[in-house]
Design a protein around this ligand. Sequence first.
Ligand code: NAD
Length: 287
Amino acid sequence: MSAQIINGKAIAEQMLAQLKSRVDERASQGKRTPSLAVILVGADPASAIYVRNKRLACEKVGIRSISYDLPVSTTETELFALIDELNADAAIDGILVQAPLPPQIDEKRIIEAISAEKDVDGFHPYNIGRLAVRQPTLRSCTPFGVIKMLESAGLKPLGMDAVVVGVSNHVGRPMVLELLLAGCTVTGCHRHTKDLAANVARADLVVAAAGKPGLIKGEWIKPGAIVIDIGINRLADGSLCGDVDFAVAKERAGWITPVPGGVGPMTVATLMENTLLAQTLRESSVC
Ligand code: NAD
């Protein structure tokens, strides 16, 4: 049996088209264009690609993106000052600071400096906390994108045994919370997990988010399971791959996401959705 491939790129394009209709409709009602401030510090090539994709998605949806490309020598104080300015600017709905940041800047402090209501990445402890207490508002883009993807593919995670491999603050940990919210029984695996293979083998739904190519062996996958690969790894030949041994896993899984073209485009689409949501939430709190 060969798995059905979940085409994240196509699902994300549909989401962007729907968001564009909503933005256009709001414009026809005389509402302000939503706006996203995108801050890039330094010239990391991968970050530059991610930021370009986010700016292109803004164009597609009709969100105004305002670029701040700062030198790698930018100090934490300078970045705080820019964030303060953007927090106070009523015309800015979302603020995104692309990671990784240079070593002189503490990423955790920067995330907390962004106003929680403009935290469209969904990384602020306030927004993660809201997800933890089942009152999600601005949800971390990648895990939220996975939930959207499952919905769009008609897959219902309620009651499933789910295993998330990798529990970082921005990806794996909010993924665990999203799947709990969706009614799964969730196990979060990490580098100290004793028997990763046994955990993966009993999962109805596996989400890989470790950033380790080939970590999840195809033969571990339970026949018919859903396999979502968040990992993005660049190989020596320049090609991209996920954390799952795709060729073998796809012969056992019921559903599987490719890399590239799986979760990545969903992350960008949910960022756009969060930006529109941030704008509408701020409008309703102002009224
Ligand atoms: P991270 O390095 O912050 O976290 C990795 C996690 O994996 C940690 O919890 C660690 O304990 C765990 N881990 C590492 N080795 C392991 C092992 N051998 N066994 C079990 N667990 C192990 O990384 P991150 O920022 O969470 O990103 C993870 C991956 O997801 C990366 O490849 C990243 O590029 C990718 N990513 C993709 C998207 C997307 O849109 N598709 C978005 C964000 C991140």
